[in-house]
Ligand binder design. Sequence first.
Ligand code: HEC
Ligand code: HEC
Length: 304
Amino acid sequence: MNTAPGLVTLCSLFLASALAWAQDVSFDAIQPILQARCVMCHASEAAPLGLRLTSLEELLKGSRNREVVKPGDPAGSELVRRLKGQSQPRMPMTGPPFLSDAEIALFEGWIAGGLQPGSQPASATVEPVPPQRPPAGEPVTYAHVAPIFASRCVKCHSSNGLMGSAPEGLLLNAYTAILDRDERMRVVPGAASASELVRRIRGQSRPRMPFDGPPFLSAEETQLIVDWIDQGARDSNGQPAPSPVGARVRLQGVLGEGWTLDSLPLVVGPGTRLDKSPEAGDYVEVRGRWGADGRLLVERIRRR
Ligand code: HEC
Ligand code: HEC
């Protein structure tokens, strides 16, 4: 008699996790997870706490502070504690989503089994994938810019980041969060030069981002983000963001002649409040709403 298919699946699932605990996991099972979820931050000179996860050799060196895996002792290994959120901030810092229970069990099994090497030499290195442009003629989507935010911004701009809660309430770990307009828009779809996020990475608005720079973003990275926004700040599927008309905007920069902000035209009318007599050449904060004609209707300009 045949066993029911559901039961077979259940059995093999049980077997898989039992195998992880049979300590049969080699680095071959670990490395793809590191590559997909960790190396965008844990690579190069800039790796947090000096912890590089780009090869088995580097992982075993640990961080500046400690070894992160103790052979035979998953519960006592900082790496596992970080994956489970027993040590904060929880890893990967781009989460949620964090790793699945099955993925965490692989790490536990690998450590319990004494850190078996994989089929590659321990020095075999995976590098983070550099930001990719779409093929010519195709629009830039969130999928192209997300790795830049993940590697350079999320360590602070997440709900459990290095500065505690996200600075200015700005989360940069998810599309909907970046496009959020509840309080004000930092990304104005279709208008990069009116987007405070772009002004910050260019240094037109202070302090320049990333806050822990230099290094700041490269010219290519900055241009990719500019193109993404100018082309409608599309989601990963290529759908343009909703219209920004009516949303609140707050920008900083240098006031130019004839009501411009670093050459961005401003619509200033009788209703605009001018604080501390701002003049051309002054560093100012501008608040307003995004108009249907694609310009910023200014409510207030304040010298800073
Ligand atoms: C978005 C960037 C980012 C990603 C992605 C990320 N980390 Fe981290 N990681 C950090 C930062 C920043 C710290 C330093 C936090 C602190 O000061 O405690 C850190 C710290 C750690 C530590 C603590 C080291 C120590 O000495 O205490 C471990 C272990 C760690 N990460 C493992 C991982 C693993 C494993 C992954 C992937 C599953 C991962 N991280 C993904 C940014 C990241
Ligand atoms: C080391 C922590 C840190 C990193 C990394 C970082 N930021 Fe920030 N960010 C801050 C702090 C702190 C502020 C508030 C600064 C202020 O205005 O006083 C801020 C403010 C901002 C603001 C202004 C928000 C608003 O509503 O006006 C934007 C936009 C921004 N960051 C974008 C970024 C981007 C994009 C990156 C990555 C390229 C980045 N940040 C990386 C700490 C960080």
